[in-house]
Design a protein around this ligand. Structure first.
Ligand code: PHE
Length: 342
């Protein structure tokens, strides 16, 4: 009996085989347990002889079971350690992190500069109604300015007789939406995507503008000039800038001015605030009374200035990027070269 069980225990392959053996030998109805129960029927002499032998056998079997159990647990752990072995001295595989696109970077810079001057950020949809993109900005259907906008039209929904929606051709419709949402006084900028059907080295069908607008009791062109100068100083990181206001025409401003920045644009290097070149950077003016009215604001009590400038153009100037089209090619080498780390 003893050698039968000791052999079986040492040969047990796993914990469950071992458990079976335990039940067979020393379980309630196990072979050894039954033998011990028979002690009662024996003569006292026999009991005295067999009792200690059986007890010793039981102890020995229990000890063998425990030892084998420990050995199996150890072996299982070793197997796991072997299988899950990991060389922590191997060099790691580095992941390339992406970069911040110059447009996102410049949009952030612009927003931060205007935030310091009290301008909040407003937004509007890129698919815009004809009314917000044109009529509300004093561009009625027959107005020649509509032709100059190279507009993308959305397809008409059958049975809908309104003029088709458009991909907004400028951020100016956000002027109207912000006035309607917030009333006066108000100071906002509205950066975002705009669309015109045009494509060459300096034009892409999608590009970015930032609109600016300030309405209060007695806002004037002088305020506009200071805000733009302050912006250019901060954006181009120079102490002095010189701006040239050229009389111009936009349907939504009166008077209107296009603004040029004095710069030196030689051997691909831009220097702002010096030199004999003038770089056009934006359109601006005093908000037309009809535009204030379209936004629900009384033109007899309030007046405001507005401006719109091209973000992509500003990014090209500040960071010396030659071709606008490359901004939107998603070429990883370009993005790594001109991108900003987070
Ligand atoms: N919306 C004009 C454009 O896209 C720019 C502009 C905005 C001009 C606001 C005047 C005032 O060209």
């Amino acid at each position: 009996l003893r050698s039968k069980y000791l052999q079986a225990i040492s040969a047990a392959a796993d914990q469950s085989a071992l458990e079976d053996l335990r039940v067979q030998a020393v379980g309630k109805k196990g072979e050894i347990s039954l033998k011990m129960r028979e002690l009662g029927k024996m003569s006292p002499e026999e009991r005295q002889r067999m009792g200690p032998k059986l007890n010793a056998l039981k102890d020995e079997i229990n000890a063998a079971l425990a030892a084998k159990k420990a050995a199996l647990t150890d072996a299982a752990l070793n197997d796991r350690l072997q299988a899950e072995w990991l060389d922590v001295t191997l060099p790691g595989r580095t992941r390339r992190t992406g970069t911040i696109h110059p447009i996102s970077q410049v949009t952030e810079e612009i927003s931060a500069i205007f935030a310091d001057m009290g301008f909040a950020v407003a937004e509007g949809p890129q698919v815009e109604s004809d009314w917000y993109n044109f009529d509300a900005l004093n561009i009625p259907p027959e107005h020649p300015a509509r032709q100059e906008h190279d507009t993308f039209f959305m397809s008409r929904i059958e049975g809908d007789n309104r003029p088709p929606h458009v991909l907004r051709t400028h951020t100016s419709p956000v002027q109207i939406r912000a006035m309607q949402d917030q009333g006066a006084p108000i100071r906002v900028i509205a950066p975002g995507r705009v669309y015109r059907c045009d494509y060459d080295q300096t034009h892409t069908p999608m590009f970015h503008q930032v609109e600016g607008m300030a309405i209060d009791r007695d806002i004037s062109m002088a305020n506009l000039k200071w805000v733009l100068e302050e912006f250019c100083r901060a954006f181009f990181e120079v102490d002095e800038v010189e701006l040239r206001f050229r009389a111009s025409h936009f349907p939504f401003t009166e008077p209107s001015a296009e603004v040029d920045l004095r710069c030196n644009w030689s051997d691909g290097q831009l220097k702002v605030g010096e030199g004999d070149d003038w770089m056009e950077i934006l359109g601006s003016g005093m908000m037309h009374p009809k535009v204030l009215e379209a936004g629900g604001i009384d033109p007899d009590r309030w007046q405001g200035f507005a401006f719109g400038m091209g973000i992509d153009r500003l990014a090209m100037l500040k960071y010396g990027i030659p071709d606008l089209r490359a901004f939107f090619d998603s070429d990883l080498r370009w993005l790594r070269h001109y991108g900003f780390s987070a």
